[in-house]
Ligand binder design. Structure first.
Ligand code: SF4
Length: 179
């Protein structure tokens, strides 16, 4: 048994995660001994959009020398998980299910690979509710500790200005595409 905190940082895209990753690289979050970025986003549609976000994420991780893992992209399975909630608004029940689906994947990965903490940037966007993300995480992470870290928004904005990532204008799934 180790006392070290080994964290999985769940990311939805580079524009949301860049500040958090940089803070972790520069040890700005006390008590984290090791971390990895997890890109598990089968919610993203279409697949071409998924690839664009993934490519940006990989480029940024490699630029900073950060380890990352990429979960399988199975959008059909994800759609089954949110079945019946397609017409829910953003921040509604579909999003809770979507967060839980991804946190459960991280929990299983953590159990298998010796990680003992999970955090995310799922609540960073102004279209998201951090409180909703926290509830889904606390209900899904089991014995793996969920860390509701408040990331530095100014840092995130300044990295975005500097690096000009590919930036989407909707959360991810087909039900969140804005008219
Ligand atoms: S709007 Fe975003 S968080 Fe909500 S279900 Fe769609 S992809 Fe998931």
């Amino acid at each position: 048994m180790t006392d070290k905190t080994k964290l999985i940082l769940m990311s939805c895209c580079a524009p949301c995660s860049c500040g958090a990753i940089k803070q972790l690289v520069y040890d700005e979050i006390p008590g984290i001994d090791e971390f990895i970025v997890m890109f598990f986003n089968p919610n993203i549609f279409p697949e071409s959009e998924y690839q664009k976000r993934l490519n940006e994420q990989i480029k940024y991780c490699e630029k900073l020398g950060v380890k990352y893992i990429v979960g399988d992209y199975n959008h059909d399975d994800w759609k089954k998980a949110v079945c019946g909630l397609e017409n829910e608004p953003e921040r509604g029940a579909r999003c809770s299910k979507c967060f839980a689906y991804r946190f459960c994947f991280a929990r299983e990965y953590a159990r298998k690979h010796g990680f003992n903490a999970i955090a995310s940037v799922f609540g960073v966007s102004r279209f998201k509710s951090q409180a909703q993300v926290d509830v889904a995480a606390n209900e899904s992470c089991g014995e793996i500790k969920y860390l509701p870290i408040k990331w530095d928004e100014n840092l995130r904005v300044s990295i975005n200005r500097e690096l000009k990532f590919y930036r989407q204008n909707y959360c991810g799934c087909e039900f969140s595409m804005r008219k």
